[in-house]
Design a protein around this ligand. Structure first.
Ligand SMILES: Nc1ncnc2c1ncn2[C@@H]1O[C@H](COP(=O)(O)OP(=O)(O)O)[C@@H](O)[C@H]1O
Ligand SMILES: O=C(O)[C@@H](O)C(=O)COP(=O)(O)O
Length: 413
């Protein structure tokens, strides 16, 4: 029976935390949506269950409702400890949803304090003095400043979080790195003191995986943790490995990219130089959705020469994108996925969290088991569709090396 339950605000984030939990020794199942049909075997055999929501950019009340339903589901599966997983770049708006969801889950559990830990050092996300860095840059000087849905215009996590929680500034505190360097006991004491002073959300600095391991030990007594995925690596699961071995099927190597992130832009460019592709332009989709989608599907099915074929909306850095086009693009990529799978494609790489959510929802895959990790936070996963295996790699926008779309299939079949 599962003991640890995670609620992830998007699907790639769910994959990411599932990878971390798997390496921490939890056999982990990702369940798609709070209301997905109960996949008895997959959930019953798991040590940890991750519910993948698509709540990052929902209206606040809907995100809270979905997260509380997920919590109920996890409690029903036997979970006793919980993890709210959000993006390592703290993707949110002044209204939420990181603050409201964390607060609602904390209150539903009747707990008084939790930690805020987005750091993911292996992917360059570190927190120092409460400021989130992406590589060398503060968050607000990174490409996240221009994200179409959640532009991040501050790097100070305390300032970002305070307007999102009901107690405002008084609800938020910091455990700075010098305390973290003194070890788990010092961090535990500092969190306790912050809680006694009235804060419920304690941002904890972390520069390395070792800092996050310290934090994981310091928070053993907390029933709720919140963060990116890397904090989960420091937890201690019941086994040494929970991975499912996978063999990728033959067939076209299709990448569906709706991610607007800088890393994805580089991966799309790299894959186009090696293989083929078809760009989905919003104007074309508005003019003739059917012809645009069926044209892309036909080209993708015709590829299949051992190189990737990328169907992408991902703009070049110099292009101006209109956020209002996002739903149309998600719909188009989901439709392309549906038709490819109906035509027999059994492996798909999808880039972007929102995009992955739209695609997997359309495919109707209920749960995913973890396969091999290809880059930090990026893995193949195995699901079922119409009683047959389907292999999915759901890539967070900013994750993966430049050649990921080419390398993902290599050495795996
Ligand atoms: N050219 C574009 N114009 C407008 N919206 C776009 C464009 N390309 C992608 N999008 C939208 O931007 C959003 C990107 O979010 P997501 O899939 O989570 O990836 P990421 O967070 O890596 O950018 C999606 O909703 C997608 O449909
Ligand atoms: O924590 C992270 O960075 C990822 O797990 C994640 O959530 C990224 O989201 P997208 O960039 O929207 O894929």
């Amino acid at each position: 029976m599962a003991t640890l339950g995670a609620i992830a605000d998007d699907l790639t984030g769910a994959t990411d935390v599932a990878i971390a939990l798997t390496s921490a020794g939890y056999r982990t199942t990702v369940v798609l949506g709070a209301d997905a049909p109960h996949d008895g075997d997959a959930v019953d055999g798991a040590d940890a269950v991750v519910v993948a929501l698509k709540s990052r950019t929902m209206p606040v009340d809907e995100a809270v409702t979905a997260s509380l339903r997920a919590l109920e589901r996890l409690r029903g599966a036997g979970c006793e400890r919980f993890y709210v997983k959000y993006c390592s770049t703290f993707d949110s708006t002044p209204a939420g949803n990181i603050g409201p969801v964390s607060e609602a889950v904390l209150e539903a559990l009747g707990e008084s304090v939790t930690v805020i830990a987005p750091a993911f050092p292996a992917n360059g996300r570190t927190v120092y003095r409460g400021h989130l860095f992406v590589g060398d840059d503060p968050l607000d000087e990174s490409p996240m400043r221009h994200h179409p849905l959640t532009p991040m215009t501050d790097s100070n996590l305390l300032r970002l979080l305070a307007p999102q929680v009901s107690g405002g500034e008084a609800d938020v505190a910091l455990v700075p790195w010098p305390t973290v360097a003194r070890g788990a006991e010092a961090v535990r004491d500092a969190i306790g003191r912050a809680g006694d002073a009235g804060a419920r959300f304690v941002v904890v600095d972390a520069l390395t995986d070792a800092d996050l391991a310290t934090l994981a030990r310091a928070t053993e007594g907390l029933r709720l943790l919140t963060g990116g995925s890397a904090l989960a690596q420091g937890l201690t699961g019941p086994r040494t490995s929970g991975r499912t071995p996978l063999t990728l099927p033959e067939g076209p190597r299709v990448v569906l990219s709706g991610s607007a992130s800088r890393a994805t832009q580089g991966q799309v460019r790299h894959a186009l130089a090696v293989g083929g592709g078809r760009q989905l332009r919003p104007a074309e989709l508005r003019e003739d959705f059917e012809a645009t989608v069926s044209g892309a599907v036909a080209l993708a099915l015709d590829s299949g020469d051992g190189t990737p074929f990328v169907v992408y909306a991902t703009a070049s850095p110099e292009d101006v994108v209109d956020t209002a086009d996002a739903p149309l693009i998600e719909e188009a990529l989901a439709e392309v996925a549906e038709r490819l799978v109906a035509a027999g494609t059994r492996s798909l790489l999808v880039a972007g969290g929102e995009t992955s959510g739209a695609v997997v929802q359309r495919l109707g895959v209920a749960s995913l088991a973890l396969g091999p990790e290809i880059d930090p936070g990026v893995a193949w996963m195995l699901g079922q569709r119409d009683g047959r295996d389907i292999h999915l790699m759901l890539k967070s926008g900013n994750f993966g090396r430049e050649d990921l779309f080419v390398r993902a299939w290599e050495g795996s079949r």
